[in-house]
Design a protein around this ligand. Structure first.
Ligand SMILES: C[S@@+](CC[C@H](N)C(=O)[O-])C[C@H]1O[C@@H](n2cnc3c(N)ncnc32)[C@H](O)[C@@H]1O
Length: 349
């Protein structure tokens, strides 16, 4: 396939990702075609078993290239991150001559910024890539060379982004990172963003802008993956309380703790009451995740794999309790701590 052909196919797919209207069938096909295009236009060998190897670190496992590519199939995630990143870069370009974006956890194809390369020129957008997996790094280098997109990329650093020291941090306008699981558990999103953001300039834009965790009760019989209303049109959740917002403010508030000990960071706890009459109909205590990629580009709870609810407890099994306290911690991997009474404490990771 020649470069023009690659570019025109990429641009067509990008137009689908950027659409305001959500057409699930069209989007699913676009994501599948996108994956196919990346594999066709690279030297990626789908039969190589080392592509499945993960890198183990104290914060959790970094997935191998095979799994990173599968993330594209989480279609709402892919669309919203591409759309949000496009919007942020486009808005910045109206105010300044060019944009420098740091992309932490690129996988083998930098799949969340690649579509932008069909819309902007290398003089508009420059990217610094960070990736822990050596295979993904070398595949990304090969891919950019083959597709002739190297001009967009300032550097590809094979590094652990939770420890990376950023050269020329003031030059970076946008930090993009999507290395998360629902409820931010056992993944790198939090440590990577805390480490990098604490080095970058005050007005840097973080993508996603906010990851909001909230507590709620759930009726499991009415729950269906991807159905945000509930089976049969009956609501499957009853919201209880906000737990915390993982945004620039929250990161700033813990930056001193992080500097002292990156293996132990405690975010403030949220306290709330759960009424017995509520959990008779909605017995499971869950943590819900909502991602604000930027402005009005939002991924709702249960809209994609990384915003699936996480079950904490079957409330019918607790003998008695007065109030509940939920909090998020790094120690070292990310976990939720739940305190039902003064003494009953459980951890979820
Ligand atoms: C969920 S995949 C996403 C891949 C791609 N950005 C996408 O969205 O399609 C996360 C990527 O982050 C990388 N990663 C995870 N932890 C990392 C760390 N601490 N430093 C650098 N890269 C990391 C993984 O190796 C993997 O390639």
């Amino acid at each position: 396939m020649d470069r023009n052909d690659f570019f025109s196919r990429l641009e067509l797919l990008t137009d689908i990702f950027l659409k305001d209207k959500l057409d699930m069938e069209e989007l699913a096909k676009a994501c599948s075609d996108y994956k196919q295009l990346l594999i066709e236009c690279s030297e990626y060998d789908i039969t190589k078993s080392s592509n499945k190897d993960c890198i183990h670190t104290k914060y959790g496992n970094a997935i191998g290239p095979h799994w990173a590519i599968q993330c594209i199939d989480d279609i709402i995630r892919t669309k919203m991150f591409v759309k949000g990143t496009y919007k942020v870069v486009n808005d910045l370009l109206k105010k300044q001559g060019n944009v420098e974006l740091m992309y932490a956890g690129t996988g083998p194809f930098a799949a969340l910024v690649l579509p932008l390369m069909s819309k902007f020129s290398p003089s508009d957008l420059k990217i610094r890539c960070l990736e822990i997996n050596p295979l993904s790094c070398s595949q990304l280098r090969d891919f950019l060379r083959i597709t002739n997109l190297e001009e967009f990329v300032l550097s590809i650093e094979e590094c652990d982004a939770t420890k990376h020291v950023v050269p020329n941090p003031d030059k970076i306008d946008v930090l993009l990172c999507e290395t998360m699981q629902p409820a931010l558990l056992r993944e790198f999103q939090a440590p990577i963003c805390i480490n990098l953001l604490s080095q970058l300039k005050e007005d840097v834009i973080m993508i996603p802008e906010d990851i909001h965790l909230s507590a709620g009760l759930m009726n499991a019989d009415r729950f269906e993956h991807g159905n945000m209303i509930g089976r049969g049109g009956k609501p499957y959740t009853k919201s209880v309380s906000s737990v915390f917002h993982f945004d620039k403010f929250a990161i700033k508030a813990v930056s001193e703790q992080w500097k002292e000990n990156p293996e132990k960071v405690d975010f403030p706890a949220s306290e709330f009451i759960i009424r017995r009459e509520d959990f008779e109909e909605y017995p499971f205590l869950e943590v819900f995740t909502k991602i604000k990629v930027c402005d009005d580009v939002v991924i709702e709870s249960n809209q994609c794999d990384i915003t699936m609810p996480v079950c904490i407890e079957d409330m019918r099994e607790l003998e008695s309790f007065d109030e509940c306290q939920l909090s998020f911690h790094l120690s070292p991997f990310s976990k939720l701590r739940v305190k039902f009474n003064q003494d009953l404490v459980e951890e979820y990771a």
